[in-house]
Design a protein around this ligand. Structure first.
Ligand SMILES: *Cc1c(COP(=O)(O)O)cnc(C)c1O
Length: 368
């Protein structure tokens, strides 16, 4: 049997034809950039999240850059990011001329916490930028308290966690201004690139709304020099359809994760994903296990037709591109261990019972 790491299936039944129909309809409307469908999706997503202005932008990376620019972050400022995060987040900090400063994650959740951020704060720190990694919400209360006490802005990267909740409140609504991505494989994925900035602050929202469209304040009137980073109408139409089913899609991911958990408990030296508490929701963008025999396991599964991925094999501080930051091997022991032992298993809405049973069977065969 062949099991892909990720693929699109018609789940929940009927979603795929609805998405395709929405694309055709949108194409006929003749307004492919900005326009009513983008506004509609922005409003729907804002309502889904439970409040705030949503500005659709070109991708998740741009959403991060625009969020930091809106806050006036630039040269001389430090932004704390997870040492084990995705490269886009770090790159965005550098793009605005600020200095990314890495914090180790918590060893159970792989997310940064107030306790892991505190030691790396300096008097140049301006922003704490947590990622809700793999789909699990960070401990927002502690991070918010820390930011309030130290007068820092909290900016959430919720690219992997659309629909994850902390104490019942959607992530992406805690920070001063927050960024997400609609890259096709994300939990809320478009049919191409897309992203959004979310904020409850009207002034910041207005700034981003102008800046992302060349700084236009009225038609052909430019209040400031901006950039071009817009969500297009075709993507917005797809996203509106999918948003409708987002909770169902996430529930299906949780169901698959629970089955993995049940059947992998006690197998070999496998460390399973842990949810910090009842407060921190996890919507399993990725199901990441750890084992000392990671490379052998990945090869074994590959031979059996099962595709797995490593998120991420080389930590940012050891990447050639980031040598200038002055970090060395050994600076982030947990991050380095995660890079050496993590393996993401296939998990996607519409994965069949037979597919998951086969993955479990092969995992058990490997460890026996
Ligand atoms: C996917 C992702 C991004 C970047 O999104 P793009 O739309 O690909 O630019 C940023 N941060 C995290 C955590 C991501 O997973």
């Amino acid at each position: 049997m062949q099991v892909p790491f990720f693929t699109f299936r018609d789940f929940p039944a009927g979603l795929q034809p609805r998405v395709e129909e929405a694309l055709v309809q949108e194409f006929r409307k003749n307004q492919l950039i900005l326009g009513p469908s983008v506004t509609r999706f922005e409003q729907e997503f804002g309502r889904y999240l439970g409040g705030g202005d949503v500005i659709g932008v070109g991708n998740g990376y741009d959403a991060l850059v625009l969020s930091l620019r809106a806050l006036g972050i630039g040269p001389g400022d430090e932004v704390v990011v997870p040492a084990n995060g995705y490269i886009a987040t770090i790159n965005a900090v550098q793009q605005v001329g600020a200095q990314p400063v890495f914090a180790e994650p918590d060893h159970r959740t792989y997310n940064i916490t107030a306790a892991t951020v505190l030691p790396v704060l300096t008097d140049r720190t301006k922003v704490v930028l947590p990622i809700h990694l793999y789909g699990q919400s960070c401990g927002m209360e502690d991070l918010l308290t820390l930011c309030q006490t130290r007068q820092l802005a909290l900016v959430e990267d919720f690219a992997q966690a659309q629909g994850a909740r902390y104490k019942g409140q959607c992530v992406g609504t805690f920070g001063k201004i927050n960024a997400t991505s609609f890259y096709p494989t994300k939990n809320l994925g478009a049919a191409g690139d897309g992203g959004a900035v979310v904020t409850q602050d009207k002034t910041l929202a207005e700034w981003v709304r102008q800046y992302h469209n060349y700084g236009q304040s009225k038609r052909y009137e430019y209040a400031q020099a901006g950039v071009n980073s817009r969500l297009d109408s075709l993507q917005a139409a797809v996203l509106s359809e999918k948003l409708f089913s987002l909770d169902e899609l996430n529930a299906e991911r949780k169901r698959l994760a629970a089955l993995y958990h049940q059947h992998l408990t006690g197998v070999g030296d496998v460390v399973l994903p842990k949810v910090a508490s009842e407060d921190t929701g996890h919507i399993y963008h990725l199901y990441v296990i750890r084992t000392a025999r990671r490379d052998d396991l990945q090869r074994f599964l590959q031979e059996k037709g099962i595709q797995t991925l490593v998120h991420y094999p080389v930590p940012p501080h050891l990447q050639p591109a980031y040598q200038g930051l002055g970090y060395r091997a050994g600076d982030f022991p947990l991050t380095e261990e995660l890079a050496a032992t993590s393996l993401s298993l296939p998990l996607f809405p519409g994965m069949t019972e037979a597919e998951q049973a086969y993955v479990l069977e092969q995992l058990q065969a490997f460890f026996n």
